[in-house]
Design a protein around this ligand. Structure first.
Ligand code: UGA
Length: 480
């Protein structure tokens, strides 16, 4: 098939390289000429494992780049729209980029073309897209519109695309369904996976990807509802973690117990400082706004957002409680990105917590394996220094904070960390260690939804004073 992908951001670029990888002729379009020039040179602007390899494989072959929508959509079978849908001031998705692209497509298409909405959009966007295309010169009968939401995660985007749990295709006519099925056939028939050069997957491989064909509105709703549900899972477990902490239960044990019920599942039950990123915060808000427009107050989503905000406040309270006063203190901070394996800091809980600490008069010494240069564009210069590695961040600091779930932060040399810290205090917003393990390493350890870990020689004193942070029970090595 011949495919144009409009918008070379995260979803657009990953989709373009993956469509080329499964055998299609693809043109990736963006109005940012510097970005297109960089892609033409083989430079990948996102922090992902496979796009550099796929770009190398297909650039100049099945994959081309262009800055012109007009020239790119004339002779293709399908046009995928993957431009940004940022949050507007009212919380709704701002669809002006989608609309602007639709004008240009309408003026350019000359032969039957399927226009596919792949950006995250509110339900009924396909209807508006159809209307806009008609009003701007596209002839009825020369085009149809479909929804094909994307479920890829940053950090594992290519694997999520090539080995999806499901492919959702929302169409309102048979021809569109056939085109979409043909586009994804290498994944749904499994032919791609038997190719010896296929990108390999570590986990249980899917011999055939599952495709779910719905009407366009259902597909649009599936995207928003999926992200809202995942965000709800995170807020739910964070709320349970707060109770767990108060009563002296252990949230990781609670999660194992809850998650082993296959109806619930164990994924997305990691308690912490809440969700961030370019998707969940924006999409939960937008879905809430969509519901309101439909006359339904989706109060559950309001609660999901509130719990998420509250998690950051509770963590800050823990830092205050652990250090007594904050003004003038230096804190080592591990993590800037909104999650591990990405350089993305959009809506990052780590950045929000750092900004709050700076306001309270602390200075921070931060380390992140990938997000430092992006953070430098956002964080103030005053009060922030950038460390070379986790141990450098800890050295001379009054306490160490873990704010992003990078794998490397879970495998630190605890003795070395302890030696560098001014006070042996670690506050872990991602539950990367066991309290007793940290206590045994001589560290006072506060995490989320679990008892604090306190070295044996300090346990008696802390029992008598704070009994951990916020009155949480104390785990000392002696008690294990
Ligand atoms: C999310 C969805 O997972 C994708 O399916 C979706 O396609 C994407 O949004 C999108 O709409 O484009 P992503 O934003 O890349 O993907 O990140 P996630 O891995 O979902 O993590 C989101 C946030 O939740 C992170 O801040 C992470 O730290 C947090 N999280 C995740 C938790 O706090 N606990 C968990 O158990 C899981």
């Amino acid at each position: 098939m011949r495919i144009a992908v409009i918008g070379s951001g995260y979803v657009g670029l990953v989709s373009a390289v993956c469509f080329a990888e499964i055998g299609h002729d693809v043109v990736s379009v963006d109005n940012d000429s510097a970005k297109i020039a960089a892609l033409e040179r083989g430079e990948v602007p996102i922090h992902e494992h496979h796009p550099p390899e796929l770009l190398k494989r297909h650039r100049g072959g099945r994959l081309r780049f262009s800055t012109s929508i007009d020239k790119s959509v004339k002779d293709v079978d399908a046009v995928f729209i993957t431009v940004g849908t940022p949050q507007s001031e009212t919380g709704e998705a701002d669809l002006s980029f989608v609309e602007a692209v639709a004008y240009e497509i309408a003026a350019a298409i000359e032969r039957p073309t399927l226009i596919v909405e792949k950006s995250t959009v509110p339900v009924r966007t396909c209807d508006s897209l159809r209307k806009t295309l008609l009003l701007n010169g596209a002839k009825s009968g020369t085009f149809s519109v479909a929804s094909n939401p994307e479920f890829l995660r940053e950090g594992t985007a290519v694997l999520d695309f090539l080995y999806p749990d499901r492919i959702v295709v929302g169409v309102d006519d048979e021809t569109s369904a056939k085109i979409m099925q043909e586009i994804y056939a290498p994944l749904t028939t499994g032919s791609y996976y038997s190719n010896k050069d296929a990108i390999k997957f570590d986990g249980p491989t899917a011999p055939k990807a599952r495709i779910i064909v719905t009407n366009a509105k259902s597909a649009e709703l599936i995207k928003h509802a999926s992200n809202a549900f995942l965000a709800m899972k995170i807020s739910f477990i964070n709320a349970v973690a707060n109770i767990s902490e108060a009563v002296g239960a252990d949230i990781t044990q609670v999660c194992a117990g809850i998650g082993s019920d296959t109806r619930i599942g164990s994924k997305f039950l990691n308690a912490g400082i809440g969700y961030g990123g370019s998707c969940f915060p924006k999409d939960v808000q937008a879905f809430h706004a969509v519901a309101m427009q439909c006359g339904y107050d989706f109060g559950l989503l309001t609660e999901v957002m509130q719990i998420n905000e509250e998690q950051r406040r509770r963590f800050l309270k823990k830092v205050r409680s652990a250090l007594w006063t904050l003004r003038g203190k230096q804190l080592g901070v591990l993590g800037l990105a909104f999650k591990g394996d990405t350089d993305d800091i959009r809506e990052s809980p780590a950045i929000a917590i750092i900004e709050a600490l700076l306001k309270e008069g602390c200075s921070v010494k931060v380390f992140d394996p990938a997000a430092t240069s992006r953070a430098k564009e956002t964080l103030p210069q005053k009060g922030v220094t950038y460390a070379n590695d986790p141990y450098d961040a800890a050295t001379g600091s009054d306490a160490l904070l873990i704010l992003t779930e990078w794998k490397e932060f879970a495998q630190l040399d605890l003795a070395k960390l302890h030696a560098g810290l001014k006070y042996p205090i670690v506050l872990d917003g991602r539950n990367l260690y066991r309290p007793e393990q940290m206590a045994a390493a001589g560290l006072i350890y506060h995490s989320i939804g679990r008892a604090s870990g306190v070295p044996e020689h300090m346990a008696g004193v802390l029992d008598r004073t704070h009994s951990g942070v916020d009155g949480t029970p104390v785990t000392s090595t002696r008690r294990q």
